[in-house]
Design a protein around this ligand. Structure first.
Ligand code: IFM
Length: 445
């Protein structure tokens, strides 16, 4: 597994970055809070987890890391690591259990959380939607329905009105590609559809939700609005024409669709070739609201993929194993892709707009008593790239680690450990790992 000697320290330190560069850590609501508490409503992940074979061991987010009760301890750990900011998410189903009726207890929870961050000198970076769609809205067709972006704008307005005066930054939707494509075409996430028509509608409605939410947040004077798009470096598995073409399509769907819509008001032509007949009526009329100005662009990056052409119906791509060392997710460790995607995004889409890495990290087979040196190495190698990008003038302003805590990894349940902090899911005890201490030292130096 190791690609170079593993060590218990970072080579990178805070002083390698300009003053003001933000070091942050991320989590999301459903993955850590414990949705059984505080009057949260049922979500489409709860029902997905109940379907046989969809989620490992049928696990769901009912208890998760019990952050709902342990948030103060978790914020203390963030502050003690010397991190500048915490990227958290608000659960739509906690704040509006049926997608539209306010649960005051839910909004109060985030109010306390944001105040708790400010008391500890931590900048609150909010994401409004990290995948726990209220079941009542899933029953109306979820992201395949145009009603959902409109409801999401209303939810955004309510959250913005209550928390917006204290948030450092806000992004509407985490990883639009996952919400739309992974969940409606690849069938891997809730609602688990494998239907190109549903995927086309979701690809547009999620983009529209971003735009309508930005509009609603601006109307509430919420400052510093952005997005968190995930990207994967798409490499043709061979130089065969079919593989090269398939890698282009994969790149278009994954990396160019949402960022192109948000920054230029355009979907990529090569992807539209496959989707245009399936798109919602008059989708073109929405491109203006989708592309209204934002203040920063966030990129979540984990890995590269080796793409082959399958010769089957559009999009006709498949993936094959690659040669690089892999994380516990089976994902290749590929900092080169991080470098390439950030430079391409800045060059072709975002220009001078500030960029943030809104997620980067690895799952590792961590056990108490065994140092997670692989994680230190992974983060260090990506931070080296970040340092070089900044030195080369790419307007990268911050870097966020996924994740603070071991947590619920969706279809893979609680088995995949991404945290700087180990969580014992029997008693919720938190134990910082070697990577947590190494990071604290690097940030203090
Ligand atoms: O756990 C997820 C997170 O919810 C979104 N980004 C990727 C992470 C690791 O798979």
């Amino acid at each position: 597994m190791p690609s170079r000697d593993l060590r218990d320290t970072f080579s990178i330190r805070r002083s390698d970055f300009p003053d003001g560069f933000l070091f942050a850590v991320a989590t999301s609501a459903y993955q850590i809070e414990g949705h059984a508490h505080g009057g949260a409503g049922p979500t489409h992940w709860d029902s997905f987890a109940k379907q046989p074979g969809k989620v490992d061991r049928g696990e769901d987010g009912a208890l998760a890391c019990d952050h709902y009760h342990r948030w103060a301890e978790d914020l203390d750990l963030i502050a003690q690591a010397g991190l500048d900011a915490y990227r958290f998410s608000t659960s739509w189903a906690r704040i509006m259990p049926d997608g539209k009726t306010l649960n005051p207890e839910g909004l109060d929870f985030y109010d306390r959380l944001v105040d708790g961050m400010l008391e500890r000198g931590i900048k609150p970076m909010a994401t409004l939607y990290h995948w726990e769609l209220p079941q009542a809205l899933a029953d109306k067709g979820g992201w395949t329905s145009r009603e959902i972006p409109q409801r999401f704008a209303e939810f955004s307005r309510v959250v913005g009105a209550r928390l917006g005066d204290r948030l450092y930054s806000t992004a509407p939707v985490n990883e639009p590609w996952c919400v739309a494509w992974l969940s409606h075409y690849e069938g891997y996430h809730a609602p688990g559809l494998a239907n190109l028509g549903a995927a086309a509608r979701a690809m547009h409605h999620v983009a529209l939700a971003h735009g309508l939410s930005i509009e609603a947040l601006r109307s509430e004077d919420v400052p510093n609005l952005g997005a968190a798009c995930n990207m994967e470096y798409a490499l043709p598995a061979t130089d065969r024409d079919a593989d090269v073409a398939a890698a282009e399509i994969y790149d278009g769907i994954y990396n160019r669709w949402f960022v192109g819509a948000m920054t230029k008001g355009e979907y990529p032509e090569d992807v539209l070739d496959g989707l245009s007949d399936l798109m919602p009526d008059r989708w073109q009329d929405d491109m203006k609201v989708i592309s209204q100005p934002i203040d920063w662009m966030g990129i979540n990056y984990y890995t590269c993929k080796r793409i082959i052409g399958t010769g089957k119906a559009w999009p006709a791509y498949g993936t094959v194993d690659g040669p690089l060392p892999k994380t516990d997710m089976g994902w290749e460790v590929c900092p080169e892709g991080f470098d390439w995607l950030l430079r391409r995004t800045a060059r072709e889409y975002t220009g001078d707009l500030p960029l943030f890495i809104t997620e980067n990290g690895m799952a590792n087979g961590d056990k108490p008593g065994r140092d997670d040196l692989e994680r230190i190495d992974y983060l260090d190698r990506h931070l080296e790239v970040a340092r070089d990008l900044v030195a080369d003038g790419v307007p990268l302003r911050g870097y966020t680690i996924w994740s603070l805590l071991d947590n619920y990894e969706w279809t893979l349940g609680y088995d995949k450990r991404f945290g700087l902090i180990h969580v014992d899911f029997a008693d919720f005890a938190r134990t910082p790992k070697a990577s947590y201490y190494a990071l604290a030292r690097a940030l203090a130096e």
